[in-house]
Design a protein around this ligand. Structure first.
Ligand SMILES: Cc1cc2nc3c(=O)[nH]c(=O)nc-3n(C[C@H](O)[C@H](O)[C@H](O)COP(=O)(O)OP(=O)(O)OC[C@H]3O[C@@H](n4cnc5c(N)ncnc54)[C@H](O)[C@@H]3O)c2cc1C
Length: 458
């Protein structure tokens, strides 16, 4: 148990969730002294699903790329770390059903508005109202966490934001939008295109995460100059861990007779195994994935977190010129193509700027999301000009496969009865995004504080 000198704390994973956990621990949110803070990260740097890929002469966001202006933790962290926020450029949008580009926005706002109104009628206003209300209710979590409130399950956490939110975990986005009065056309076209680009899934996903995707398609979108992973790196540096072990994989978590935890750690660089600990508190800030053996940790003397399927998303970076998809020869391709057919071989194609927005690039780079690696024939059918030797591929298990697993938010953050072992990424059961991992991190630290503080004071 904790000595009078303070707690020994371990964080497993240095993505945005693990880095935020280390930051909250060091900032005093546990309310007790810390004797040692150790961070274990399997990779060679912080970031996890936040990464930058070098394509030709510039770097591009390879994983998590867009942050909403109302994501209070990400906004606060960028400010605290003196990082520069750059707005995401407003791309012209095209909706493509695999055969036809049936809707395109225009550089002229009024023309776009008229086209949208013509196709979707009042649903355009309804969408603003729907996402506005969602964001307002969502913001309640910041007030609750500021007041030190931790929640046992993701379901309880969303219920505290709004009493109606738990229902959104068991209803599909399609059902919910119908209930809110949206037309079938809007749901199967615009909503489908948005959840497809954001999560590689369809409106059959739960309404809560689907609505988060819809809210994330609105205004006020930004990213960090130099790459979003700078937030994870900066938080970790600011947390000053006593030991920060990159290239170290935690392979097993073992509960001791005294209720502490030992970690079996493999040094990937030296192919050496060792036992670290015992720790009074362990925060697992990595997903528990059922369809990846590599992601699985062995649990001894304590129940393992429930494993969930994750969705494969391949991001292919292509310098070149897009072909006019489903349009006459010579038509200008829109900057962002949302694909509304789930069986089409890609989810979306977008032209993106580099992580240093002002950097001049020799060729426009497109990011293509798909569910599998694209064949060269597939790529050639999408691009009229293509520098195939410069193409880069990032193959991710990107987010939970919400349509496949049980995602009702009832599995707890705490893995043991006395509150020494927490799973930050349980938050992804309700929605997966950078901000969600920060909320999960804060929640686990507050939960640990509420359970340990009374004992630590004895
Ligand atoms: C292609 C793509 C696009 C996305 N777009 C967006 C977006 O636009 N906006 C948005 O908000 N979110 C987006 N996301 C989601 C977002 O990136 C993630 O939700 C978020 O980065 C998850 O952070 P995390 O720290 O919780 O998990 P991770 O980033 O997965 O971090 C977990 C870390 O733990 C390490 N680890 C795992 N197992 C072990 C072990 N046993 N021992 C030691 N270390 C271990 C891993 O190496 C990793 O660094 C996107 C994700 C992808 C892949």
């Amino acid at each position: 148990m904790a000595s009078h000198k303070g707690l020994r704390v371990a964080v497993v994973g240095a993505g945005i969730g693990g880095s935020a956990t280390a930051h909250f621990v060091r900032s005093g949110d546990l309310g007790v002294d810390i004797a040692e803070l150790v961070v274990f990260e399997r990779g060679q740097r912080a970031g996890g699903r936040l990464d930058v890929v070098q394509v030709d002469d510039a770097g591009y966001e390879a994983g998590g790329s867009i942050i909403h202006g109302k994501n209070a933790y990400m906004v606060e962290f960028a400010k605290m770390l003196r990082l520069t926020r750059q707005s995401t450029p407003d791309n012209e949008l095209g909706l493509f059903d695999g055969q036809q580009m049936f809707l395109k926005t225009s550089p002229w706002t009024l023309v776009t508005f008229a086209r949208m109104l013509w196709r979707y009628g009042l649903d355009i206003f309804r969408l603003n109202k729907y996402t506005g209300a969602l964001l307002e209710k969502f913001a309640k979590i910041y007030e609750l966490q500021n007041n030190g409130k931790g929640f046992a399950t993701p379901r309880e956490l969303v219920a505290a934001m709004d009493a109606d939110f738990p229902a959104l975990l068991s209803r599909t986005l399609r059902e919910n939008l119908k209930q809110e009065g949206f037309s079938e056309r809007f749901i199967e076209e615009l909503a489908m295109g948005i959840v497809h680009v954001n999560y590689g899934q369809t409106p059959a996903m739960p309404a809560f995460v689907g609505s988060v995707a819809l809210a994330g398609s609105g205004a006020e979108l930004w990213s960090v100059k130099g790459g979003n992973r700078l937030v994870a790196e900066g938080l970790l540096e600011a947390a000053r861990p006593d030991r920060l072990l990159f290239g170290h994989s935690v392979d097993a978590v073992r509960r001791t007779a005294a209720g502490q935890y030992e970690l079996e750690v493999r040094n990937l660089d030296a192919s050496q195994d060792g036992v670290e600990g015992p720790f009074d508190l362990v925060f697992l800030a990595c997903p528990a994935i059922s369809n990846s053996r590599e992601a699985q940790i062995l649990f001894q003397g304590v129940p393992a977190p429930v494993l969930k399927p994750y969705q494969r998303t391949v991001a292919t970076f292509v310098p070149g010129k897009m072909a006019p998809l489903g349009e006459p020869e010579g038509a200008d391709a829109p900057g962002m193509v949302l694909v509304t057919s789930p069986s089409y071989f890609v989810n979306s194609i977008g032209s993106y700027g580099p992580v240093e927005a002002e950097k001049k690039v020799s060729e426009q780079v497109h990011k293509v999301f798909s569910k599998a690696i694209l064949s060269s024939e597939g790529l050639e059918s999408l691009f009229s000009e293509l520098a195939s030797d410069k193409v880069k591929i990032c193959d991710w298990l990107a987010y939970p496969a919400y349509e496949e697993g049980e995602f009702n938010g009832t599995d707890g953050f705490s893995l043991d009865p006395d509150g020494h072992l927490y799973h930050v990424n349980r938050i992804e059961d309700v929605a997966s995004a950078m901000e969600m991992s920060c909320i999960g991190a804060k929640n686990c630290v507050l939960l640990a504080s509420s359970r340990l503080l009374p004992r630590a004071k004895l």
